[in-house]
Design a protein around this ligand. Structure first.
Ligand code: ADP
Length: 802
């Protein structure tokens, strides 16, 4: 956007708009018909083209004054004005910048002029992670919105799905769908795209709710009327035919019921099911048609008849084929594939085995859903994905009683209906995002679904009949296991999908994501190429994630750019993306690598944290101030870190002598502990060793080695306890060019999971107490570092072993 400056007190032709709110960078086409608006547009056209568009609070006001207008409008540029034969003017205006209306002046020829103050979009107030979460929620809400609002073109979703920044997402939605003017105005008033998106989310949810209610009412009314009328006509026709034939017989009221009874007869289901359905169909006979109750019964019968009571597919019992499918669909994940194949092998050997639920656990974008789909393909079973994110209500799982207006079966029965077979693979996505509230606990219903002992007679409130889920292969996915109810977790075999290393991401991109996206965008490999250095660049500078979802999105974005360029320039036959030209296409680099500080410093230690985007280097600072023994924590430190802070203070008191710390520091000094904002660590306590080291250094004045990083939980007695996410943390240290890392001795076993490149590139010190940590981390402390096993030695060990 070009930077525009408006002199103070400059008067700009002003067009009060009715039912129209314009945003920055939005081009609108609208009509002006009132004398003073026409003159404003003309004045703008004859002058510098600027016009100030501002919405009227009420459309009924013909000649608005300042009080009739909102506070904020948009400074626009008139691009075109066409006069229609009827005397109205059609204008094309491009919004440039938001402006606050300071004053409104009316001149003799009735034209309105405004003096304004330009207001630029402000800096986001929330963290990047929160913004990403918000963007995801908005896209999901928009998807639902498209489903319920039929008049919106579905293609809009592609723009929304490909939006990468809050601004793009906001523009893709708010500029293209009809929303109440008041809501649009509130969004214009807000000063960041984060806030605008949050408001948009609530507006979309409200619109969805209203529209669903409208639809329900409409369907209810029209189905009652339509059915009544249809049946009336048919009956009259049949009566007329009978009269014609002279048999004068009465119409068989139970025609419809007979049809249902015939279908029930053909159904291969248990007697209990057939009896219940038969009873319902018979109730239909007695019911005057067109009543609400008849509608309920018909809906019920239709749903039950569509369920796969006995249909099954034959499992493919070929483990070699399963292996080749998993291999073909996914790069790497050796352990995951092994465990999945073991599970499938058992299943193939003993088909009657019940209740084995696989839980694929790992950060977003590491291929959980995609492994689930491959499992279905390997077994040659039908596949249905059920998203559980945001499910708060038991009835979401188990349905509503059929007597409720608009009642439906729950998600599980619905998935069975979609699958059409009794033994599909059902992927229960994001089981950790299920929560409970006053409407009942969905996890207890889920327990019944997943429990092999109980699920052969799963009862849905709507169906009111036991439905056999025992042949379904349930796979669940979760980002975190902490929020999964323990009884549920007990029933699952957890297979962990770890975050990817840079090399793995590179290979996944090269072998899977790029070919997939090329195909999706109709491009041939001869038309577009992403060079190896560009792939690394995408990984390092344009994405920061544990999985490859954003990487895939960036590749898709490059594909779109290539398609556009190929279409625009016929001379271009092949687009090659290289690291050197990536900025031209994707804009500035979004992330720069974490780097350790440049010199040994007092009170500053490189911690290692494990976050939702993988491992990160998290420097921790401690500052000592004159005071009264207060400990203050700021930055991304959660409550758990507060405890570590207290433990650290107590430990420091116990080692005052050794490090020359004033013994009364805890009464006379305040300590300020700060970890920079950023992704919030998943495992708070693992910063324990970092905190002690920073504190001892700050209190004693001994600097900390700049090339060392550490992680570990601590006890009051100075023991170092094991931590999670070692693989990710070491990867982060390696990327940040750290030389030495201190890790808890008890984590030694986890080194097997760490990549060799990373292991060999780092000197690893195992510590089981804080003394070892301090000895190695503090610069001037007597003994030099003595690693338990250096990288070099480890290499030697490998060589001798071979
Ligand atoms: P999750 O369910 O864990 O959030 P997805 O299954 O949606 O992740 O994966 C995101 C994308 O990355 C998908 O297109 C998937 O096919 C791809 N992907 C992830 N891991 C791999 C892998 N190891 N090999 C090939 N493609 C992968």
């Amino acid at each position: 956007m070009t930077e525009i400056k408006i002199e103070k007190d400059k008067l700009i032709p002003c067009v009060p708009t009715r039912d129209l709110v314009v945003f920055e960078d939005m081009t609108v086409n609208f009509e002006v018909a009132r004398g003073f608006t026409i003159s404003a547009v003309k004045k703008a056209m004859n002058g510098d083209g600027f016009v100030f568009l501002i919405a009227q609070r009420s459309v009924a006001v013909e000649e608005p004054e300042k009080k009739d207008l909102y506070k904020y409008g948009i400074l626009g540029e008139v691009r075109q004005v066409i006069k229609s034969p009827s005397g109205v003017y059609r204008c094309l205006v491009h919004g440039i910048s938001k402006g606050k209306l300071l004053d409104l002046v009316k001149v003799r020829d009735n034209c309105l002029y405004a003096s304004i103050k330009l207001v630029n979009i402000g800096r986001e107030k929330v963290s990047e992670v929160e913004l990403t979460a918000l963007m995801r929620q908005v896209s999901e809400a928009f998807e639902n919105y498209l489903e319920v609002i039929p008049r919106i073109p579905k293609e809009l979703y592609y723009d929304v799905a490909s939006a990468e920044t809050p601004k793009e997402l906001f523009e893709a939605i708010a500029y293209n769908i009809p929303l109440p003017t008041d809501d649009k105005q509130i969004m214009l008033d807000l000063n960041t795209y984060g806030e605008r998106l949050a408001y948009l989310l609530s507006t979309l949810s409200h619109e969805i709710e209203v529209s669903m209610l409208e639809r329900e009412i409409h369907e209810h009314v029209s189905s009652t009327i339509d059915n009544q009328q249809r049946e009336y006509f048919i009956r009259e026709q049949i009566r007329a035919l009978h009269n014609e034939l002279g048999d004068g017989g009465d119409v068989d009221e139970s025609d419809e019921a007979q049809q249902y009874l015939a279908k029930i007869g053909e159904l291969s289901a248990s007697d209990e099911v057939k009896d219940k359905l038969t009873a319902e169909a018979k109730r239909l006979v007695k019911m005057p048609s067109g009543t609400q109750e008849a509608v309920v019964i018909r809906n019920y019968l239709d749903t039950c008849l569509a369920l796969p009571w006995s249909e099954t597919t034959e499992d493919r019992r070929d483990i070699k084929k399963a292996e080749s499918i998993l291999e073909k669909d996914h790069y790497g994940m050796k352990k995951v594939k092994e465990r999945v194949l073991e599970n499938l092998a058992v299943r193939m050997m003993t088909p009657d085995i019940k209740g084995q639920v696989i839980c694929l656990y790992g950060p977003p974008g590491v291929g959980k859903t995609s492994v689930g789909r491959s499992i279905a393909r390997a077994l040659d079973r039908k596949y249905v994905r059920v998203s559980l994110g945001g499910v708060r209500d038991e009835s979401d799982i188990r349905g509503h009683r059929k007597t409720y207006v608009g009642a439906m079966p729950g998600r599980i029965i619905d998935a069975m209906k979609q699958a059409g077979t009794k033994n599909p693979v059902i992927l229960l996505d994001e089981i950790d995002k299920m929560s409970n509230d006053f409407r009942g606990d969905p996890s207890s219903a889920m327990l019944e679904v997943l429990d092999g002992e109980q699920n052969s007679g799963f009862r849905d409130h709507f169906i009111e009949l036991p439905f056999d889920l025992s042949e379904v292969l349930f796979i669940t996915t979760a980002n975190s296991l902490d929020t999964v109810a323990p009884p549920l977790l007990d029933r699952m075999e957890v297979i962990e999908l770890a975050s990817y290393t840079r090399e793995e991401k590179f290979n996944i991109a090269k072998l899977h994501l790029i070919p997939k996206q090329l195909k999706k965008h109709g491009l041939k490999p001869s038309q577009m190429r992403i060079s190896a250095d560009a792939i690394y660049s995408l990984i390092d500078f344009y994405t920061k994630e544990a999985g490859v979802r954003k990487l895939e999105r960036s590749i898709a974005s490059l594909c779109r750019k290539a398609v556009k360029q190929l279409l625009e320039n016929e001379d271009d036959k092949k687009i090659v993306f290289k690291a050197s030209n990536l900025e031209e296409y994707l804009g500035h680099k979004k992330y720069l690598p974490d780097l350790a500080s440049e010199k040994d410093e007092v009170g500053l230690v490189n911690g290692l944290a494990w976050t939702s985007v993988g491992g990160v280097l998290m420097p921790l600072e401690v500052l000592v101030l004159e005071g009264k023994g207060k400990v203050e924590l700021t930055g991304s430190l959660g409550d758990v870190m507060k405890e570590s802070g207290q433990i650290a203070v107590s430990y420091c008191r116990s080692v005052c002598d050794k490090y020359g710390i004033a013994p009364d520091f805890y009464e006379k000094k305040d300590l300020h502990i700060h970890a920079p904002e950023g992704a919030v660590p998943k495992d708070g306590p693992s910063a324990g060793v970092t905190m002690v080291t920073a504190m001892v250094s700050a209190l004693s004045g001994i600097p900390v080695r700049k090339d060392i990083a550490m992680t570990g939980e601590i006890t009051l007695h100075g023991k170092v306890l094991p931590i999670g996410g070692l693989r990710e943390k070491l990867m982060a240290a390696y990327k940040a060019k750290i030389k030495t890392v201190i890790i808890p001795a008890k984590n030694k076993g986890d080194l097997d999971e760490v990549d060799d490149v990373v292991k060999n590139g780092l000197e690893i010190i195992f510590a089981d107490n804080l003394a070892t940590v301090l000895e190695n981390a503090l610069v001037k402390v007597n003994k030099p570092a003595k690693p338990v096993r250096s990288a070099k030695k480890r290499k030697e060990a490998v060589l001798t072993a071979n």
